[in-house]
Ligand binder design. Structure first.
Ligand code: SF4
Ligand code: SF4
Length: 193
């Protein structure tokens, strides 16, 4: 977390881009969440299992959206690190669906070809979807290999992968569902990224 982000979280709000108030309305419309109910108690961040890896805690993402700070919200690592586990929503006194907010921010980010805060996470999502499109189900080994090649990080987790293969946790040959051609039709024209 850099100094600007710290100021945004704890002191007077630091604004380095022009606020875009249409952005707040767009997020509300896409997520179907009334994030103005949030009173920034930070219970969500206290319960989030991934908050340490995020550049902004979850409630600060809401604050960025409320302020119309589009560039900061879309460029944040938080929206990609959020795993949509809903732990925060269970702790939230206003039952705010944070995962839906993060989903809509990822969606807008892709639609607008914004700078992605965590490109490796997006690469992983893509490989999961590619696997489903190719085989009708996920093939873990296929996803891992393609992801590693794409991110040019071939040898990290090598030992874990090897262990999984020896324990037969990974199928070497992906199985394909019946009627895969019809299944592939579902994907046609649906992805613009
Ligand atoms: S727990 Fe709910 S009300 Fe509190 S900061 Fe998080 S989203 Fe806002
Ligand atoms: S849904 Fe996202 S923000 Fe909420 S607890 Fe899970 S990872 Fe954290």
């Amino acid at each position: 977390m850099d100094n600007n982000q710290r100021k945004l979280l704890s002191g007077p709000v630091y604004i380095d881009t022009k606020p875009n108030h249409l952005f707040s309305a767009e997020v509300a419309q896409k997520s179907h969440v009334d994030f103005n109910l949030c009173y920034h108690c930070r219970c969500c961040g206290n319960g989030c299992p991934f908050v340490e890896m995020m550049d902004f805690p979850p409630n600060s993402i809401i604050r960025l959206v409320q302020l119309g700070l589009k560039k900061e919200a879309l460029g944040s690592s938080t929206i990609w690190i959020c795993a949509g586990c809903h732990t925060c929503s269970m702790q939230c006194p206003m039952a705010i669906d944070m995962a839906a907010i993060m989903d809509s921010l990822r969606q807008i980010s892709l639609e607008e070809k914004a700078k992605i805060g965590e490109p490796d996470v997006l690469a992983f999502h893509k490989e999961v979807l590619n696997s489903i499109e190719r085989y009708g189900r996920t093939s873990k080994l296929d996803i891992m290999l393609r992801y590693k090649i794409k991110t040019r990080n071939l040898f990290s987790d090598f030992n874990v992968g090897l262990k999984m293969i020896t324990k037969r946790k990974l199928n070497l040959i992906p199985s394909i569902i019946k009627g895969i051609e019809k299944f592939k039709e579902l994907f046609k024209g649906k992805r613009n990224w």
